[in-house]
Design a binder for this molecule. Structure first.
Ligand SMILES: *[C@@H]1O[C@H](CO)[C@@H](O)[C@H](O)[C@H]1NC(C)=O
Ligand SMILES: *[C@@H]1O[C@H](CO)[C@@H](O)[C@H](O)[C@H]1NC(C)=O
Ligand SMILES: *[C@@H]1O[C@H](CO)[C@@H](O)[C@H](O)[C@H]1NC(C)=O
Ligand SMILES: [Cu+2]
Length: 241
């Protein structure tokens, strides 16, 4: 997306669907698939599927549209798995990254705005490492072409109201600084049965967590990319129970 014509032509054989893009419209829980933007804040790109480029934008928090109706808050148990559908499939290279943020005092999952250093990372993907090069570099990434993505709510977090943020960072043309493409969404969850034994850390904020010139966002993952084992996923380290 937004590549000069020459680059689109150059990568046309590698990226047959480079012009397609993706959103995360449906929450999946215990076999149910909820309607579009139910328990998920409707995103600014719900029609266009357009990526977000601006790392300084508050839109980076939840990719949220303006004046959305409250999508509702789903009650789940800590340790349960929830998922998002991917409308359009993940057709770019890059990591899938998951964050959560607990509602500050006096706020709920539906009233919190996601500001401040409240986001902790609960999972991320890195490229597959093999002894032989992948036939096409796009296939080095877990979740490439995925139509659903899933995550376990950590068992040890305290019960409470949270935003769950899914993010896919497309870096196929990130050899040009600023040409990372961000896609994502936030679900509103009420977590019960949390052990409360874990203290999530460290916290990041959006905007603020990412820089256009950091190694995971400004790199060439194509022809001469020989160090997938050194790929540095942007943001804080993953916190585990
Ligand atoms: C984003 O913020 C950083 C840090 O304040 C600044 O250096 C950079 O120029 C800003 N970028 C844009 C596109 O405004
Ligand atoms: C991250 O997700 C992977 C794949 O689903 C899983 O194997 C791994 O245990 C998860 N890591 C954490 C910290 O939850
Ligand atoms: C993506 O998955 C669909 C459905 O399984 C399949 O038809 C298609 O060939 C896949 N595309 C790629 C590029 O792997
Ligand atoms: Cu694109």
């Amino acid at each position: 997306m937004l590549a000069p014509l020459g680059l689109i032509v150059a990568f046309a054989t590698v990226l047959p669907t480079a012009m397609g893009h993706y959103t995360f419209p449906n929450l999946l829980y215990k076999g149910a698939k909820f309607p579009d933007y139910t328990y998920i804040r409707r995103t600014f790109n719900h029609i266009s599927h357009f990526p977000l480029f601006d790392l300084n934008s508050t839109t980076l928090r939840c990719f949220e549209d303006e004046n959305i109706p409250d999508p509702g808050t789903l009650t789940v148990k800590a340790g349960d798995t929830v998922g998002f559908t991917v409308d359009g499939r993940i057709i770019h290279e890059g990591p899938l990254v998951w964050y959560m943020a607990r509602a500050p005092t006096g706020k709920t999952a539906s009233t919190m705005d996601g500001s401040g250093p409240i986001w902790f990372k609960i999972n991320q993907t890195t490229p597959y490492i093999g002894t032989t090069p992948a036939p096409i570099e796009t296939f080095k990434w877990p979740h490439y072409n995925a139509s659903e993505v899933h995550i376990q709510v950590p068992k040890c977090i305290p019960s409470g109201e949270y935003l769950l943020r899914v993010e896919h960072i497309a870096i196929h043309i990130a050899f040009m600084e600023g040409q990372h493409e961000f896609f994502g969404a936030c679900a509103q969850l009420r977590v019960t049965n949390g052990l409360g034994t874990g203290a999530p850390w460290p916290f990041a904020q959006f905007p603020g967590a990412y820089r256009t010139d950091e190694p995971g966002l400004f790199l060439n993952v194509h022809d001469n990319w020989v160090q997938p084992d050194r790929y540095e996923v942007p943001g804080p380290p993953v916190w585990t129970c």
